[in-house]
Ligand binder design. Sequence first.
Ligand SMILES: [Zn+2]
Length: 308
Amino acid sequence: MAKLPVEIIDLHEARSVALGRAVEEANKVQNEIDFTYLGADFVEAMRLNVFTNIHTGTFFDTLVSRKREWRGFHPFIICFVDRFLYSDRLSNLFGSRRSEAGVGLVTTYGVEDLIIPKGKMAAYFIYELASHALAFIVSGREHHAESRGCIFDLKAADKRAILSSMRAGAPCDECRKWFLANGKDLSSQQLVAINALLHKSSLLIEEGADLELDAEPKSSKSVSKFQEDEAIPKGYRAGNDLEAAANRGAVREDPSVEPSKARKVWREKLDFLLVERASAADAAVKFRLDREIEEAREVLKGIRDEQS
Ligand SMILES: [Zn+2]
């Protein structure tokens, strides 16, 4: 059977070495999915859409229309960025996808060192490649609010939930049952390939990382990160995990206050930056964060002035 082509557009400011390693490893551990990079033309075409804060829906609208214009066969594309991601419902996302359209987006913003230990980014990338590939093959699986150490965890309660999900190296029983029942397009070889990828990711995250992973998080405050699939219906009612996150203001759904979208996003970004700043050790990182915090405060002040 022909390999499933999944193409990658690296939109990091500087091309990610860890992503290159991940793609290489991902192709080595299985034979069903062919991960390849799209060239400079595609990178340039999409780079115009890389803003400081990226609205995933808007980004996908553009990517889907570009995909139609591009010559050749591009059924599945995953873009990687180093920017803050938000959607109409959630913010500070790890990634998002529009499974049926075959497009995905993953960020490394606020991930390395803060959530994924330094030097372990290849594990994160392989995990994301596997999750997106699986969702492309069988679209429609919704994330569950409960954390079960599964790739379909919404990862809302704790930013580090992704680590247990990565370590587990497989979907939870309920998700596996769902894929068996609904995955008519998923061959058993493809499922084996997905499992091989998740297993590789779990090996990489564990490898010599005992000390780092078992240590207390650097900051006592959790920065919530979400994985979202646009296939989840808008009225989706979340469980305790998501509500806990909502209480900290991490979820963009609060009917009692209705500030402008921009103001809310920027306030969340500022909160996020402040947490990151508190745990930053490196001087260059601190400097960058200070500038970003200052910028966020100024933007917020501008928005307030505009509205008053
Ligand atoms: Zn699951």
